[in-house]
Ligand binder design. Structure first.
Ligand code: IVH
Length: 669
């Protein structure tokens, strides 16, 4: 497009999008569909990339960050979402309880609860069906994130039992530690900025526009307050337990996540118990909430402008210890990203011995004004990896040397690069920097990529050190004799590995694309690209604009894909993979065999090597039929993790063979 035409079209698009935004948000009367809106927005984004001189500050693309295309609808809360007064001091809890006692003559029951460290949510049920889920926002209005909340398995879409017609239940959505670590590992692997803590990752996840991605993240919840059900019970504790009977996930009395008490001594006992035990919880809490139980007494005590007088929060202090900074290691990831890690003199913190702490990036080191041998304060907050939060400068020797971030890669001595607007330094030598080379091979063989059996980190290092492999394609040149020269490689393992490599030639295109390790191209993006472009040639030839036009692909990902294919070394690698016989185009499900002809199969649970859809298409391509529920006509159940106990029971009762994913694949082979 000519520059002048581009300018005209950009101005026209800005006017149009502003008009549609107004219709949508102010008039609540949109004249075009969300899809049409997104198309126009994408067109504008694309033109702004091509003609940055016309990327105006007032463009609607500036309003939405990153890959987000549309804001969420804003909804007014029926009951304002208040906050809680809070304190770090036990004596202030004693004062609060004294004040409460003075305001009423009757005996008072309290409810002690965990203070979940996540994102507050208000969920509405009408006639037992989940109809709306809204974030806290500013307390009076929040964002409608119903579609995302509906993906959370522990939040029922339909209630059971004797529930009221209409009510709202509030609680906290969070990401358990285990899931948080998994996501950060994946982000690190992709060279993406890590989430600082589980709370940020939960809130980031809930704001995603693709609910399919939200569903994969493993969010969880505890619900702690019911609204709009006057008179059903006389107290909050009983109300929450009742909501549990409707199938809602409420705190467990047995595990002492919630407890009804009568005195300040019991309140303190609850606080002390969890201060000691909180490290053992599978999710993050940042304190204890204490509430007056009786609703009538709550009314009597009333509210201040911001928070109820009938409740307060005791916050745990993050445990902080002092240690010594011995040295700094600079780790090089698969994408070349450099992560500084502090080595500390060993110290006890939160029940474990800490020897290392994360430093994130050069800015962090600068902000702390770190010097070698500094006495540093280390904290373990909501994060798993401890971090350095400050320096005890009084203990610093005059001769102490300031820490200066490295300029050269510690592994290959290449000059490091830091892109504008990015926090991380990285080593650009992606073709011969050793940890990048082995990291890329490790990624290639991973479970979600080529899933090559019989090959692990140690074997890759051995093969690399012995000069058998330099890149992933070299794996396919390995011979039985090569392998036997390696320490600890027995004949059986060598055979296994060769078999695994051969089988990987059937891995579908989308996973091969993920395995290539293109920056920012994770599993989901790889699937989207594969589905859209169908084969590697089309993807390779796609312009930046064509890439941006793909649903959910933003400028950053598009640029990374272009950069990858603009590098002749990558094209050479792909050509080698083609010769080896890897899949570089989408296979429409053609019939592969009739091994499963006439068989009805149920696939249920979460799988490792394949996605559920992949297993289903395997069933179809081998002549079988996918069915969703188990009956006496079902021939097999392919069961993954977390398959519902009721389904499992039914399959067992009906004597239907239950296969693991491995057993199923073996049966086909
Ligand atoms: S009750 C009017 N109970 O803490 C009182 N809040 O600082 C409403 N929170 O926005 C809150 N665990 O996100 C309550 N067991 C619990 C809680 C809890 C976490 C959060 C909630 C709220 C914030 C208040």
């Amino acid at each position: 497009m000519e520059e002048n035409d581009a300018k005209k079209r950009i101005e026209q698009l800005i006017d149009l999008l502003n008009q549609y935004n107004h219709e949508y948000y102010i008039d609540s009367n949109p004249s075009i569909s969300d899809y049409e809106f997104d198309l126009l927005l994408k067109e504008l984004e694309g033109l702004e990339v091509q003609f940055p001189q016309y990327a105006f500050e007032y463009s609607p693309t500036k309003r939405v960050g990153g890959d987000i295309t549309k804001k969420f609808e804003v909804i007014q809360h029926i009951y304002p979402m208040l906050s809680l007064s809070n304190t770090y001091s036990e004596s202030e809890i004693v004062d609060w309880e004294n004040r409460i006692k003075k305001m009423t003559l009757e005996p008072i029951e309290y409810v002690c609860e965990l203070k979940y460290d996540g994102v507050a949510i208000g969920i509405r049920y009408d006639n037992g069906v989940l109809t709306q889920a809204v974030t806290r926002g500013d307390g009076t209005q929040g964002e409608n994130i119903t579609a995302n909340v509906k993906t959370i398995k522990t939040i029922p879409l339909k209630l059971k039992g004797n529930f009221p017609n209409t009510f709202e239940i509030r609680g906290e959505i969070f990401l358990p530690f285990k899931k948080f670590e998994e996501i950060n590992k994946e982000r690190e692997d992709l060279g993406e900025q890590l989430f600082a803590n589980p709370r940020n990752s939960a809130s980031g996840t809930l704001k995603l526009h693709d609910s399919k991605v939200v569903a994969q993240r493993g969010l969880d919840t505890y619900l702690y307050g019911v609204y709009g059900v006057d008179g059903l019970t006389s107290g909050h504790f009983e109300m929450v337990q009742l909501a549990g009977q409707w199938g809602l996930k409420v705190p467990s009395v047995k595990e002492r996540y919630i407890q009804k008490v009568n005195s300040i001594e019991e309140i303190m006992d609850f606080i002390h118990y969890w201060d000691k035990k909180r490290d053992e919880l599978p999710f993050a809490i940042d304190g204890i909430v204490i509430k007056v139980n009786n609703y009538a007494q709550q009314e009597e005590l009333g509210y201040t402008a911001k928070s109820p007088r009938w409740a307060t929060a005791y916050k745990f202090k993050a445990e902080r210890v002092e240690s010594n900074l011995l040295s700094i290691d600079y780790q090089v990831g698969r994408t070349g990203v450099i992560t500084p890690v502090a080595n500390l003199s060993p110290i006890q913190l939160g029940g474990t011995t800490v020897k290392r702490a994360s430093l994130h990036n050069a800015d962090q080191i600068e902000k702390l004004d770190l010097h070698y041998n500094d006495a540093v304060f280390v904290e373990k907050g909501g994060e798993i990896i401890p971090k350095i939060v400050g320096v005890n400068t009084e203990k610093r020797a005059n001769s102490a040397q300031k820490v200066v971030f490295i300029h050269q890669c510690p592994e290959c001595a290449t000059e490091l690069v830091r892109n504008e607007g990015e926090a991380q330094h990285f080593c650009p030598n992606d073709s011969s920097c050793p940890p990048q080379m082995t990291g890329k091979i490790e990624h290639f063989i991973g479970r979600k990529a080529m899933n090559i059996d019989g090959l692990g980190t140690e074997t890759i290092q051995l093969l690399f050190d012995n000069n058998f492999i330099k890149n992933s394609a070299d794996l396919y040149d390995l011979t039985f004799d090569n392998l036997l020269t390696l320490d600890r490689m027995a004949e059986k393992s060598a055979n296994n590995l060769l078999k695994g490599l051969n089988e990987s030639k059937n891995v579908p295109f989308e996973r091969v694309l993920f395995a290539l390790g293109i920056r920012y191209v994770g599993e989901t993006v790889a699937k989207k690209l594969a589905k859209h472009f169908k084969n590697i040639e089309a993807l390779q030839q796609a312009t930046l604009l064509e890439l941006i036009m793909v649903d959910e692909i933003g400028e950053r990902i598009a640029q990374a894909v272009r950069d990858y294919f603009d590098n002749p070394k990558h094209i050479a690698l792909i050509n080698r993979f083609k010769e080896i016989g890897l899949q570089f185009e989408i296979k429409e499900t053609a019939t592969v065999s009739n091994k499963l002809e006439g068989k009805s199969i149920v696939v249920s649970g979460v799988f490792h090597a394949f996605s559920r859809d992949e297993l289903k298409s395997l069933i179809e391509s081998n002549g079988g039929k996918n069915v969703s529920s188990i009956s006496n006509k079902t021939d097999y159940v392919v069961a993954g993790d977390n398959m519902g106990p009721a389904k499992l029971q039914k399959a067992t009762d009906l004597n239907i063979p239950i296969l693991s994913e491995d057993e199923f694949v073996r049966m086909l082979n």
